[in-house]
Design a protein around this ligand. Structure first.
Ligand code: PLP
Length: 239
């Protein structure tokens, strides 16, 4: 069995085990998105052949090149998520080629995406800076639901929920606190009548905890594809 196929099988089992570990009233489905940044198209194809359908990219040009190389799979149900930092000058590329954008964190970028989107509305998540780290993208938790409400009024976007990348802490209690804070915000949004159905939190190192805290979507890179090459420099991406 190929390593990617074996990794996917293992990840799906771990996800199922984490779901089963949730108390019955809180049990919920979990979508696995395979993060393919820095991986070649052949790795995505191998995962697709092993049944994986949803993939995510962090950099617009790298992602669009891969989407083009794998265009034959789009007809067979492959779905692309954009999860990286968004620049206004890339909004057209992203709005045209991706099915989801998980990293919407300001109204201006949402307006640019909506203006450039043709056809079916783009699914979006509001990225929240749940840890408050200065280095992190994402809207402040206190402003997230107001932003979600504004974005929901844009014609070509469909707000599906919230996303966060938590602060990388080693202790499970610290991870749990951050995931729980995002879930609370998500539930608050639902209570206010937002049509949320997606809570994207959890990566390779912490997805079990994220699922126990209510994640409905986890983003796994290294757990599926193995270690990544160093990420492209800003200048390479800007070129
Ligand atoms: C790279 C990345 C992931 C995947 O990280 P792993 O630790 O490799 O699972 C998930 N989410 C975002 C936003 C990422 O940039």
């Amino acid at each position: 069995m190929s390593p990617i196929r074996a990794n996917l099988q293992q990840a799906r089992h771990a996800i199922d085990a984490a779901i089963a570990g949730c108390a019955a009233p809180h049990r919920h489905g979990v979508t696995l998105v395979a993060v393919s940044k820095s991986q070649p198209p052949a790795a995505v194809r191998a995962a697709f052949d092993a049944g994986q359908r949803r993939f995510a990219e962090n950099y617009a040009q790298e992602g669009v090149a891969k989407i083009a190389a794998l265009a034959d799979l789009a007809q067979q149900g492959l779905e692309w998520h954009f999860i990286g930092p968004l620049q206004s000058n890339k909004a057209g590329l992203v709005a045209t080629h991706f099915d989801w954008v998980q990293s919407v964190d300001r109204l201006k970028i949402a307006q640019a995406l909506s203006a450039r989107r043709r056809g079916a509305p783009l699914n979006v998540l509001i990225e929240v800076n749940i840890s408050g780290e200065a280095s992190k993208a994402g809207v402040a938790p206190g402003e997230a639901l107001a932003l979600a409400a504004q974005v929901a009024r844009l014609p070509q976007l469909r707000v599906r929920g919230l996303m966060a990348i938590i602060e990388n802490v080693a202790d499970e209690a610290g991870q749990r606190r951050q995931f729980a804070a995002l879930r609370q915000l998500y539930e608050q949004g639902c209570a206010q009548g937002m049509a949320f159905d997606t809570l994207s939190m959890g990566m390779s190192g912490d997805f079990r905890v994220a699922i126990e805290e209510g994640a409905t979507l986890v983003r796994l890179g290294t757990a599926i594809f193995g270690a990544r090459a160093p990420k492209p420099t800003r200048t390479a991406e800007a070129a």
